[in-house]
Design a protein around this ligand. Structure first.
Ligand code: ATP
Ligand code: MG
Length: 360
């Protein structure tokens, strides 16, 4: 009998409510196939209905309710008719990120079989890397201010904050990840030719960390040419690590190179597992297609695979991704309309479950 993992399920808004049940369905199938137990509990907050009733996204005691879970399986948040976007985001996801110290944002950039990359001529195997983004400090500090407001001398300043602890812990995560991969290659995003204090500091910490990982090959690129190389030479990369701002940009650019928004997954991770990590698709609540049962569930299902990887269920994580790849490769009518098929959200979820349970 395998481990038991406690999972908090938060579907959120819009298509989150449609794709999360598909993710749960696949997780349940993975648990019975690979012999472990998942204990799910669903929370109906962090959504527009909750906000309409309570004027906020979360109850007072959300931290105590969620802190004991091993992971949070999240859908999407945002319903602009009811809640301003900055309120829904700050009132939910960013609270989790901060209080659960989810200092790693992890996004796989992997071209799956059957998916056409917008990069002409690229095949699965050409694109298979991770973007690791620092998620708590850096350029997104709220340190700074305005002076001479409303005059011609109006001036604004905003500081980048890098702590040694903050930089070292994200680098350590990225090096550890690189060490688990066949290529053992780490690329650092920098801009030390233009940003003259924080980025040279980042580079120094990369060098210091590299000394502890002799088997990892390390290089660095300035962010401008690095972005260009994501498009021109995606096969050069294995693990790419960046500060909060650079990582933010790269973690949208990367998945954009590997197909539709409907399939990209993400993790907000507290690697030490002192607090729950959160797994969610990259896409939002998609109000334009919500309620029609046609949303692509693969971003949510791939996020489920990442969650199992984090929980140590490596075989099950790979099993889910293989099943997704096999269904994508067959293509045709069993895909959702965003990928050119006619399937419903639940139909595609079922197809992946059948593949997963039949295969293993
Ligand atoms: P965010 O909420 O992250 O700011 P957004 O609201 O701008 O993002 P999304 O909700 O991701 O954007 O939707 C962007 C577009 O992609 C919409 O046209 C939406 O219908 C489409 N889309 C997003 N996710 C999916 C999906 N899972 N399946 C099919 N189409 C999707
Ligand atoms: Mg949105």
């Amino acid at each position: 009998m395998g481990h038991t993992h406690r999972i908090a399920v938060i579907p959120g808004d819009g298509i989150g409510k449609e794709v999360v049940p598909e993710g749960v369905k696949v997780l349940e199938a993975a648990a019975s196939t690979f012999d472990f137990t998942l204990d799910f509990e669903r929370f109906d907050y962090a959504n527009a209905e909750y906000y309409a009733q309570h004027g906020k996204m979360l109850p007072e005691n959300w931290f105590d309710q969620l802190v004991g879970f091993d992971s949070i399986f999240f859908g999407a948040v945002g319903w602009p008719d009811t809640v301003p976007d900055h309120v829904s985001l700050w009132g939910s996801l960013l609270q989790f990120r901060r209080h659960f110290d989810q200092y790693v944002s992890l996004r796989p950039v992997k071209l799956l079989p059957g998916v056409t990359s917008p990069l002409v001529g690229r095949e699965p195997g050409d694109i298979d890397f991770y973007v690791v983004r620092e998620n708590t400090e850096g350029e997104y500090s709220s340190v700074g201010g305005k002076i001479f407001e409303g005059t011609e001398r109006e001036t604004v300043m905003q500081e980048t904050v890098m702590t040694r602890t903050g930089v070292d812990r994200i680098l350590k995560y990225a090096f550890d990840l690189a060490q688990t991969r066949p290529k053992k290659h780490l690329t650092s995003a920098t801009k030390s030719n233009g940003i003259s204090i924080s980025m040279p500091y980042w580079d120094t910490r990369v060098e210091a960390m590299a000394a502890r990982y002799e088997d990892v090959r390390v290089d660095k690129f300035h962010i401008d040419i690095l972005a260009a190389n994501f498009v021109l030479h995606p096969d050069w990369f294995d693990v790419v690590v960046g500060s909060n701002l650079f990582g933010d940009i790269l973690s949208d650019l990367g998945p954009a190179c590997t197909g539709t928004i409907g399939i990209a997954p993400s993790g907000n991770i507290n690697p030490e597992r002192r607090f729950p990590s959160l797994f969610e698709p990259v896409h939002g609540s998609a109000p334009d297609i919500a309620g029609r049962g046609i949303a692509n569930p693969i971003g949510q299902i791939w996020s489920a695979s990442m969650m199992l990887e984090h929980l140590g269920e490596t075989e099950a994580a790979a099993g889910i991704l293989d099943a997704v790849g096999a269904v994508l490769a067959r293509g045709g009518a069993s895909l959702t309309p965003d990928m050119g098929g006619q399937a419903t959200t639940a139909g595609l979820g079922d197809e992946i479950v059948t593949q997963l349970t039949g295969e293993s």
